[in-house]
Design a protein around this ligand. Structure first.
Ligand SMILES: Cc1ncc(COP(=O)(O)O)c(C=O)c1O
Length: 358
């Protein structure tokens, strides 16, 4: 008989939407279903970036093609050397976690929080110190007697939609924790050049799959201006997935260079702002619900009044025609349900009426 699965493999959890089925007739607010802002550009960009056969029999530079890194670098006001093109932001998350602590080290993560951080951190033997995503993390964990090696912040936050400016840390302190900032839900990198270079952030993580709403693309990036960090990140990427394919990188480059992109992203942001208002107003109008976040991004968290349990709240929303995801998927320390308002305006209007009646 062979050995059993590793304890880490047995402990890993990766629930899918199918684990939380939609009741018949419910509006699906479990994930983002708004049309892609670049839907009208995809066919032509795909045609023009089709693989040339020699590209199918070769690897790309593991760090990413220079032309794509130059394009991304301009959007983060860094040099192309500071950009690592990754297989979605998911791969950048794994790389960042491997860079900032050894097994047995501590890392500060928000609860609730995007599940990949907590699942992968535990998998590689890190101890998690949790903080509330409504309050700057540095304030909550800065004074701990045994500070974490790294603080991860996600803003706009998934699942609560909080948008936080981090509190300034002590830039002069030599042993301050690493600061890893996940901005996968921020529109700025798709709108044009932005300055993210303030000293408090050692690494930025961004998802082009999310921002462009083309999850099949599997392209993200890790930005780190420190060359030693980037060298190690690139070495890790080489062993994790070697390289993002050349045709996919060219496809992304074509989309990023399209002069229409900023307008398309702005319209999408207007849709989200409008949807957010409909849903937050509906929650405030409901007698039995309260709102946790919902300032930016596409997600927010709702709680039941009177200490209602998670399963009861999730089922009650389902019966009212609202499909969400239970907060335990995000390690929430309280009973709640995540709702995504990244939907069509028509679906959000239907949802608003149903939520307000609860
Ligand atoms: C905060 C955050 N980071 C990273 C990711 C992963 O993005 P990708 O699909 O590019 O791997 C997600 C996906 O939902 C996310 O919400």
């Amino acid at each position: 008989m062979r050995q059993s699965l590793s304890a880490r493999a047995r402990a890993i959890a990766a629930p899918t939407y199918e684990d939380f089925p939609l009741p018949p007739g419910a509006v699906d607010l479990r994930g983002d279903h708004a049309p892609s802002p670049v839907a009208g550009l995809l066919a032509e960009a795909w045609r023009s970036s089709a693989a040339r056969t020699h590209e199918l029999v070769t690897y790309s530079d593991p760090q990413g093609s220079l032309s794509l890194r130059e394009e991304i670098a301009g959007r983060f006001s860094v040099k192309p050397d500071a950009v690592l093109v990754t297989a979605g932001a998911s791969e950048a998350i794994m790389i960042a976690l491997l860079l900032v602590a050894d097994a047995g080290g501590r890392i500060a993560l928000s609860r609730p929080g995007f599940p990949a951080y907590e699942q992968l951190a535990r998998c590689i033997g890190l101890e998690v110190v949790s903080y509330d995503p409504a309050v700057p993390a540095a304030i909550q964990v800065g004074g701990l007697p045994s500070p974490p090696s790294a603080i991860v912040t996600v803003s706009p936050h998934n699942p609560t939609g909080f948008a936080l400016e981090e509190a300034p840390g002590d830039g002069a302190a030599r042993e301050r924790p690493w600061s890893v900032r996940d901005i996968s839900h921020a529109p700025e990198p798709l709108l044009g050049a932005g300055d993210w270079t303030d000293q408090e952030h050692d690494m930025l993580i961004f998802s082009f799959s999310k921002g462009l709403r083309i999850p099949a693309l599997r392209v993200g990036c890790l930005i780190a201006r420190d060359l030693e960090t980037m060298r190690a990140a690139t070495a890790l990427k080489t062993h994790l997935s070697m390289a993002v394919s050349i045709p996919v990188q060219r496809f992304l480059l074509t989309l990023l260079r399209d002069p229409e992109l900023p307008n398309l992203i702005r319209s999408q942001q207007q849709l989200y702002a409008r949807n957010r208002l409909v849903i937050t107003d509906a929650i405030r109008a409901a007698n039995s619900l309260s709102l946790v976040g919902g300032e930016a991004g596409t997600h927010l968290v709702v709680r039941g009044r009177d200490r209602e349990g998670e399963v009861a709240l999730w089922s009650r929303l389902g019966h009212a025609g609202i499909g969400g995801l239970p907060g335990s998927v995000f390690a929430a320390p309280y009973a709640c349900v995540r709702l995504s308002y990244g939907q069509t305006a028509a679906d959000i209007d239907r949802s608003g009426t149903r939520i307000a009646s609860l």
